[in-house]
Design a protein around this ligand. Sequence first.
Ligand SMILES: Cc1cc2nc3c(=O)[nH]c(=O)nc-3n(C[C@H](O)[C@H](O)[C@H](O)COP(=O)(O)OP(=O)(O)OC[C@H]3O[C@@H](n4cnc5c(N)ncnc54)[C@H](O)[C@@H]3O)c2cc1C
Length: 401
Amino acid sequence: MSHSPTSHPRIVVIGGGNAGLSIAGRLHRARLGDITVIEPRTRHVYAPLQSHIAGGTARASQAVRPQADVIPPGVRWLRDEVFTVDPESRRVHLVSGGQLDYDQLIVAAGLRLAWESIPGLTEAMAAPEGISNYDYALAARASTVLRDLRGGTVVFTQPPEPASCGAAAQKPLYLACDWWRSIGVLDDIRVVLVLPDPVPFGIPSIDRELHRALERYGVEVHYSREVRSVDATARTLTIGHGDAEETIAYDVLHAVPPQRAPEWIAGSGLAADDDPHGFVDVDDETLQHRRYPDVWSLGDAATVATRRSGGAIRPQAKVLTANLRSALRGKAPTARYDGYSVVPFTVSRGTVVFAEFDRWGRPAPTIPFWRSLSRERRSTWIADRRVLPWVYWNLILRGLA
Ligand SMILES: Cc1cc2nc3c(=O)[nH]c(=O)nc-3n(C[C@H](O)[C@H](O)[C@H](O)COP(=O)(O)OP(=O)(O)OC[C@H]3O[C@@H](n4cnc5c(N)ncnc54)[C@H](O)[C@@H]3O)c2cc1C
């Protein structure tokens, strides 16, 4: 199973999203081998902006670029989809019927949105009142539905972990409430939030800020509840906890579905047998596969023992690059990912609560000694809405940040 060193190792990256392009750009700049990214989509979407689209603070067109324009220079794009991986023979099988041999494989295939796992949810999202910031088209629909609403009940739901920046489910809620308040209709709208945990986030300093925002907007929060089913015709959803169940009628449903890894990862033997969600079984610090040392993973598809986010991918890409370099030189990986992650809560249309934390839920501010970034601030709004999108398109996707 061990890798025989070549001067130009064939490095295959599965997925050309945030993680795949960040690592491909970095590895190319580090001259670690010939890099091929396998990605079927022709459009690349900057997912964090979908929250702003849904909440009315960005246009849909601002979140999307042709995939061909964002592939890092020097990296080959294979427009295909992986069907399965054979890690024993170091071969990737493609949906087109082709195959690709690798010396090093990086799995960056993201998460799958499991809409079908809640009975009735797919049908509810096909109806005009079904919206979500987790889907590009449904986020675009959300922007007009939430903007034009003047009364009735709106239900927002957040799924349990694992999820891609799961608490981002709350971002459009605060943006919409601020909009309704500004035009004087907030009192006519019943805003319901269904959360999986007993607190809005899970870090006391952040929860204090979020509680304040939820109270300010008069949001009715149902804590420690899961969505069990939706009736799209009757426009009701059933939520529960243990044996207790409750049905809520809605006029608008903003739903975020449960999430899991793409099935072919477990089907290829790359997940741990005891992982019900099927993520790539890498060491959560070195990002190297626990059984196949030529396989690596980062981003939403990897087992990282922290909350998944785009912000988490930046340190992961640095660690993976250093460790892959060591492995190609026959050395043990020594760089370690500390579980840094981030959720920027847009608590109004001009302020953000910027939650940065490590694997243990301890605050981990990017700017040392400036812990108060986690308070509601205008400066972090500018970072989330203006600076980070620019950094994403121009630096992160090229492996420069
Ligand atoms: C609505 C929303 C809001 C968010 N807000 C924030 C935020 O504010 N801050 C933050 O830091 N993070 C945020 N995130 C999380 C962030 O967007 C993700 O963590 C990040 O995009 C994960 O990158 P990834 O490359 O792992 O997965 P993705 O970006 O999903 O990319 C995976 C890629 O793999 C491809 N792929 C899948 N299967 C195959 C296959 N079989 N063969 C080949 N290619 C395949 C897919 O087509 C896709 O392009 C948000 C996410 C969402 C959905």
